[in-house]
Ligand binder design. Structure first.
Ligand SMILES: CC(=O)N[C@H]1[C@@H](OP(=O)(O)OP(=O)(O)OC[C@H]2O[C@@H](n3ccc(=O)[nH]c3=O)[C@H](O)[C@@H]2O)O[C@H](CO)[C@@H](O)[C@@H]1O[C@H](C)C(=O)N[C@@H](C)C(=O)N[C@H](CCC(=O)O)C(=O)O
Ligand SMILES: Nc1ncnc2c1ncn2[C@@H]1O[C@H](COP(=O)(O)OP(=O)(O)OP(=O)(O)O)[C@@H](O)[C@H]1O
Ligand SMILES: N[C@H](CCC[C@H](N)C(=O)O)C(=O)O
Ligand SMILES: [Mg+2]
Length: 499
């Protein structure tokens, strides 16, 4: 695209140099610059992108975009575009250069503290049933309609995101479901993306390291809905909101009638309302009332929170004209979301589940769900990530101690922090004495599974699908599900077991 056409999307940019140059691609990472690339110098959390302008120029950048001149002054041989918001410019260029792919898809985004991955998986499953091809992107994987790959971020940066949406559209996907993280919103990764449905699952404590306060965190989430209301980008986006959640209710009030709305939950005011929830080890069922009709919804997933995820997926699907009967029928064959309440086997009457609960609310939900299966004891193995919200550590400890019969506190991606100190911070919130601190996660899993007796359930929480453990100096291969299966296989004979 010609630079002149690209900058037409920006508000009052100032420029030096010719605007008639051809721009082939855009990036905010100097390492990815090739001849013809526009380099946007973003001032990030840890580095100032302006320091990489000389590298970008050396590699043949066609134009430099920044919010102020670098120490080295303005580049002389290539055009320079001065903007007030570099992340906005990056998102705008990324969308235009990819051919505005979000406008070619029926696109649903899911935000909220918990349930994004699960809801996006369910919605993707419903979309595929009726449209045959649909895309998915989020924490666990990206599916461009032809190829499935491991994800690096829950919500990728705008360049990668638009390229992915373009591949989905090229591959014949009619629609896609994607996760929208609070980091993604704050860093404008989804700016300029046209959504048909915007789902709000819930909001509870997490990420205070990044957002500071829970209200700032909530406002970041809400700002995505505000942006869609202010500029729907040629679509009629529908807000699909959990109306049982306190912040969901606040969002509904804040939005007023600026976006069409579907409220979901158990309460009587919901447009998609669940009733008569029942579950067993084999799955769950509930009655759904929506659009003046009733449906019996069955799903192999367990947990009351999965009623919410199912309602969100059904409501968004319905807003995209997916017939309700087909959607309800498809939910009965919901996929196992990797590492979300994943049953990893039963031996000697001991059942093991791996789950991704890594917030106080999710730990409580996961434990309560498994307690509803009436185990003799629930033994929970969990930890908290390093270099992430420290305030949630004692709260996760408290929730695990309160809703389990015994706990083993262990490491979960200590990153640059000292693993033992993280365990101590978790312990500070724990009551009673039915817990142990075991720094090595593999050993913690083994101890729990070997100490369990017939009728017990072991919950291994926090890492779900993750195939690694991150330490300050190294990342090792590590998968809770493999460790659980190994520990189950190696369970000693009953009489030899240590308690
Ligand atoms: C805190 C955070 O979100 N950081 C993300 C952010 O980094 P940043 O903007 O602070 O960038 P920076 O490292 O300061 O660098 C500034 C600029 O210099 C550029 N640079 C840097 C080096 C170089 O040689 N050349 C160069 O041009 C960088 O590309 C960047 O544009 O932008 C980067 C590029 O898109 C991301 O990779 C990076 O994710 C880091 C790795 C990360 O861990 N993010 C997590 C917290 C995250 O985003 N998580 C959410 C999910 C959270 C949830 O569960 O809800 C997610 O969506 O994945
Ligand atoms: N709707 C929900 N409400 C509360 N807790 C939930 C809900 N759905 C899932 N959970 C719990 O939260 C955990 C994470 O779920 P999921 O991966 O779907 O959420 P997420 O929002 O994508 O998380 P992340 O932001 O870390 O990617 C699950 O393993 C489960 O314990
Ligand atoms: N997306 C979440 C995942 C947390 C998972 C947990 N295993 C950890 O490493 O803290 C985050 O980055 O906060
Ligand atoms: Mg996720």
């Amino acid at each position: 695209m010609i630079l002149r056409d690209l900058i037409a999307s920006l508000e009052r940019p100032l420029s030096t140099g010719s605007l008639d140059v051809e721009v082939l691609a855009v990036t905010a990472d100097s390492r990815l610059v090739e001849p013809g690339t526009a380099f946007v110098a973003v001032r990030g959390g840890s580095r100032d992108g302006r320091q990489f302008i000389p590298v970008a120029l050396e590699k043949g950048a066609a134009v430099i975009i920044a919010d102020s001149a670098a120490d080295s002054g303005f580049p002389e041989n290539v055009p320079y575009i001065h903007v007030s918001d570099t992340r906005h410019a990056l998102a705008a260029f990324a969308s235009l250069l990819a051919g505005e792919p979000s406008k070619k898809l029926k696109l649903a985004g899911v935000t909220g503290t918990n349930g994004k991955t699960t809801t996006a998986f369910l919605l993707h499953h419903l979309m595929k049933r009726v449209w045959h091809r649909a895309g998915l992107l989020g924490t666990v994987l990206v599916d461009d309609g032809e190829e499935v790959k491991t994800a690096t971020h829950t919500t990728p940066g705008p360049v990668e995101l638009n390229a992915l949406l373009a591949r989905m559209s090229d591959h014949g996907c009619r629609g896609a479901a994607m996760e929208v993280s609070s980091h993604g919103i704050d860093q404008k990764r989804v700016e300029g993306i046209a959504f048909d449905a915007a789902i709000f699952t819930n909001l509870t404590q997490d990420h205070l390291d990044y957002h500071g306060t829970i209200d700032a965190y909530a406002q970041t989430k809400f700002s995505w809905f505000e942006a869609l209301a202010a500029n729907p980008l040629g679509k009629k986006p529908v807000a699909v909101v959990n109306f049982d959640d306190g912040y969901g209710e606040k969002l509904v009030v804040q939005l007023g009638d600026r976006l069409p709305l579907i409220r979901y939950g158990f309460n009587v005011h919901c447009d998609f309302r669940a009733n008569n929830f029942k579950q067993s080890a084999r799955g769950m069922e509930f009655e759904l009332t929506a659009k003046g009709k009733s449906y019996l919804v069955r799903s192999p997933l367990i947990g009351r929170f999965n009623v919410y995820n199912s309602l969100a997926a059904l409501a968004a699907a319905s807003s995209m004209k997916i017939p309700m009967r087909e959607a309800v029928a498809a939910l009965a064959e919901s996929p196992q979301v990797p590492g979300r309440m994943e049953h990893c086997g039963t031996k000697d009457g001991v059942s093991v589940f791996v789950d991704y609960a890594h917030t106080p609310d999710a730990i409580e939900n996961a434990c309560r769900t498994l307690k509803e299966l009436n185990p003799n004891r629930l033994i929970t193995v969990f930890g908290c990530g390093g270099d992430r919200d420290r305030k949630k550590r004692p709260l996760m400890g408290k929730a695990a101690a309160e809703y389990s019969d015994a706990c083993i506190v262990t490491s979960d991606n200590p990153r640059s922090e000292d693993p033992e100190s993280i365990l101590k911070e978790i312990e500070s919130g724990m009551t009673g004495s039915r817990y142990k601190l075991v720094v090595d996660r593999a050993e913690a899993i083994r101890i729990a599974i070997h100490a369990a007796a017939k009728g017990d359930i072991v919950l291994i929480a926090g890492k779900g699908h993750e195939p690694y453990q991150q330490f300050a100096d190294r990342t090792i291969d590590f998968d809770d599900r493999k460790e659980a299966r190994r520990a189950l296989a190696e369970r000693p004979e009953e009489p030899n077991r240590k308690r």
